[in-house]
Design a protein around this ligand. Structure first.
Ligand SMILES: Nc1ncnc2c1ncn2[C@@H]1O[C@H](COP(=O)(O)OP(=O)(O)OP(=O)(O)O)[C@@H](O)[C@H]1O
Ligand SMILES: [Mg+2]
Length: 234
């Protein structure tokens, strides 16, 4: 469904990705792991069109995405939940979700997706009219994921949903991703929470200094010596 081939990308004076190859098949739950600064966020931002690739290709359902603008990529079916969340603090949960659906013309579809989001995150329904700026960290993550679902993407990119969360909301967030996946959503997740992530994903890539150094199933990587030493403290 998604395929990155020899992707090189970065910022004005700094090249971050040095030939990244990765793919995600329809219905798969795949993670990108790696240390701070490895280029995980840059990889997601390159897919979503916020960082232009210098070389290589990104295809989604066989179509080249390089040169496509972020809003076109979003309309094409790729949702991006960034680590910075970008919620509108002075708007309610309901209004933030509506903003997320601005590109969807079909009002019935918007209502149906909102029902799905509220079913996935009952807490958001309880607080439907509360301002996003007054939500707890965990609730804001739920809202960001919910908003990412509003344009009805078929592939969801999620950057570090557990960042800054206590163990309980972290578990709730992972549970929501598992539920989404069970319903057929394809997910590419960036995480620092290596142990839990490898237990719930199908496959993962380990990115170090802008290069994929390891890839395998969750079980394979949990048993890998480098992963155990560098990421699991074993
Ligand atoms: N907008 C930017 N301008 C210039 N350099 C940037 C920018 N964003 C990120 N970088 C640099 O690119 C490198 C990779 O950053 P990136 O955010 O992709 O890493 P990451 O793997 O997501 O790390 P983390 O785990 O800390 O989120 C870092 O050295 C970072 O300082
Ligand atoms: Mg990051």
């Amino acid at each position: 469904m998604l395929k990155l081939t020899a992707i090189e990308a970065g910022y004005d004076l700094l090249q971050v990705l040095w030939g990244v190859d990765l793919h995600v098949e329809e219905g798969e739950f795949v993670a990108i792991l790696g240390p701070n600064g490895a280029g995980k966020t840059t990889t997601l931002r390159t897919i979503a069109g916020f960082v232009p690739a210098i070389r290589g290709s990104v295809t989604f359902r066989g179509k080249e995405l390089r040169g496509t603008l972020p809003h076109q990529i979003s309309r094409g079916g790729i949702g991006f939940v960034s680590e910075s969340l970008n919620l509108f603090p002075a708007m309610s949960i309901y209004e933030n979700l509506l903003v997320g659906a601005y590109s969807v013309k079909d009002k019935k579809a918007v209502a149906a997706t909102m029902d799905t989001v509220f079913e996935l995150f009952p807490r958001l329904l309880e607080r439907r009219d509360q301002l996003a700026g007054t939500l707890s960290g965990g609730e804001r993550k739920m809202l960001a994921i919910g908003r990412g679902l509003m344009p009805r993407p078929s592939l969801l990119l999620v950057d570090e949903p557990s960042l800054g969360l206590a163990p309980m909301p972290t578990l709730a967030t992972f549970e929501a991703l598992k539920t989404l996946r069970a319903r057929g959503m394809t997910i590419l997740l960036v995480e620092q929470n290596v142990n839990t992530t490898l237990q719930i994903v199908d496959r993962a890539y380990v990115l170090e200094q802008g290069r994929v150094v390891l890839e395998g199933t969750g079980a394979e990587l949990l048993g890998n010596t480098h992963v155990q030493e560098a990421y699991l403290g074993i």
